[in-house]
Design a protein around this ligand. Structure first.
Ligand code: ADP
Length: 220
């Protein structure tokens, strides 16, 4: 395998996917590409696209495949991703996106798709308790608030509940995940690139499992 590494992280909302994907990016010195973060940046920037995306996201629905494929296609062709690789987080979410990703990466295929497994009952509780720093994105929980509630320990930013982390929107996202995204586990298993990782336990333990899974593929 070449120096770079191209990873996809799949997993239910609240499985710890985002945090682990950031760490994997640092570990392998590749960009962490999160479609959720990209959409939230567009919302914060107040672009027309951002405004349209916001209403879709707040309702717990999916942004259209066509738009998401365009966004990811462009991002994966930026020089850092081409030269070093990436950790892709939040994409693909539908079979149409997975098929589009195969085309986008036909010359430089994904090395491994990591599926972080956490039961639905566990994630529902985690996400409704989740709070996030509006400036740096650091994640907190009602059970583990910042020292000065609710100001971020890192940069003093306001720590809030994401507009799409209400129980109703979360349930909708979990249903959508089951219907649209879960079938991708079989899709990638059939292609021989799937690696299932137990997402229960401490974040450090889960990270160690993810690293072991990537290293196993790198050695092969
Ligand atoms: P979570 O995994 O916690 O739901 P993300 O940060 O990955 O959150 O995404 C937030 C929202 O952004 C999603 O609920 C969806 O509306 C939109 N989104 C992100 N990625 C995609 C995608 N690949 N396809 C469609 N919509 C997306």
């Amino acid at each position: 395998m070449t120096a770079g590494v191209r990873l996809v992280v799949l997993g239910r909302q609240g499985a710890g996917k985002g945090t682990q994907a950031v760490r994997l990016g640092k570990q392998f010195d590749v960009p962490h590409i999160s479609t959720g973060d990209m959409l939230r940046a567009a919302v914060a920037a107040g672009t027309e696209f951002g405004l349209r995306a916001k209403s879709v996201m707040d309702a717990g629905q999916l942004v259209s495949d066509e738009i998401m494929v365009g966004v990811v296609d462009e991002r994966l062709h930026e020089v850092d991703a081409v030269e070093r690789g990436y950790v892709l987080d939040g994409f693909p979410r539908t079979e149409a996106q997975a098929l589009a990703l195969e085309k986008i990466t036909s010359e430089h295929p994904i090395h491994v798709v990591l599926n972080l497994e956490v039961p639905e009952s566990v994630v529902l509780e985690r996400i409704t308790k989740r709070r996030v720093c509006t400036t740096c994105g650091r994640i907190y929980s009602v059970d583990a608030p910042p020292a000065d509630p609710w100001r971020c320990d890192l940069d003093g930013g306001e720590v809030v509940q994401r507009a799409d982390d209400t129980e109703e929107a979360v349930r909708k996202r979990l249903d959508l995940y089951a219907a649209e995204t879960l079938p991708l586990v079989g899709f990638y298993r059939d292609r021989g690139v799937l690696c299932e990782v137990d997402g229960l336990g401490s974040p450090d333990d889960v990270f160690a499992r993810l690293l072991a899974a990537v290293e196993a593929v790198r050695q092969s």
